[in-house]
Design a protein around this ligand. Structure first.
Ligand code: FES
Length: 226
């Protein structure tokens, strides 16, 4: 009758197959199995537990370094607006007649392809703005805050800005009430206070009509941002 082979070769001698391998002695007798060195096992466990304790410390150190970098960027490394902005073309959006900007710091809110924007008359030319040959300088910005996308407002009350936003300036600012970021229209929308780091994207304006006929101001582009 044919003898049935054990499923595992180690099962032939009654072992389970999981014991350490037996080493044959010179006389051919099987030697006792070699047990693992308990000190080596302990050493391995100690090294593993040492690294496990280091992980939270490394994670905390990384988070602290990131926080320090963010604080540095917020206070000392805000992005400068591009002196030669490039604009993504938009469908024409009517802003207002030129007469709506009769005084410096007059501002008009408008929508450009679904983006809330504001056009402001400023006292001097701003890169990316519209200069009209009668000493009128306009510039427009997206009102979507570059911090977390709340809507900024043109704030002409410099004392209120100094008190509520902790930013003193001699001119109006674009302010975000969510986390108190302040942007300077005369510096091309640069973030000057608060957690925002990037400037407000500019909106491109053009004049539509003759100066003698109270021409319209139209928006036809939004600044490309990386
Ligand atoms: S969303 Fe404007 S400051 Fe945070």
């Amino acid at each position: 009758m044919e003898r049935e082979e054990p499923a595992h070769p180690a099962a032939a001698d009654g072992s389970t197959g999981t014991e350490p391998p037996a080493v044959a002695t010179p006389s051919g007798e099987p030697a006792a199995p070699v047990a693992p060195d308990p000190q080596a096992v302990d050493r391995g466990r100690r090294e593993l537990s040492t690294w496990l304790w280091r992980l939270p410390v490394l994670a905390a150190a990384g988070a602290a370094a990131y926080g320090v970098w963010q604080a540095y960027a917020i206070h000392f490394a805000k992005d400068a607006p591009d002196p030669n902005p490039e604009f993504e073309p938009l469908a024409d959006a009517d802003v207002a007649p030129l007469s709506a900007f009769s005084e410096v710091w007059d501002g008009v809110d408008f929508m450009a392809s679904g983006v809330p924007c504001v056009a402001v008359r400023v006292p001097a030319p701003v890169p990316g703005g519209l200069d009209i040959g009668v000493g009128v300088h306009l510039v427009a910005f997206s009102r979507v805050c570059t911090h977390l996308s709340c809507i900024v407002e043109l704030n002409r009350d410099t004392e209120a800005v100094a008190f509520a936003f902790n930013h003193r300036s001699d001119r109006p600012s674009l302010t975000c009430a969510c986390h108190f970021s302040v942007f300077d229209p005369l510096r091309a929308g640069r973030a000057v206070s608060g957690p925002a780091v990037r400037p407000l994207p500019r909106a491109r304006l053009r004049l539509e009509g003759d100066l003698g006929d109270d021409p319209r101001i139209v928006c036809d582009g939004l600044e490309r941002t990386s």
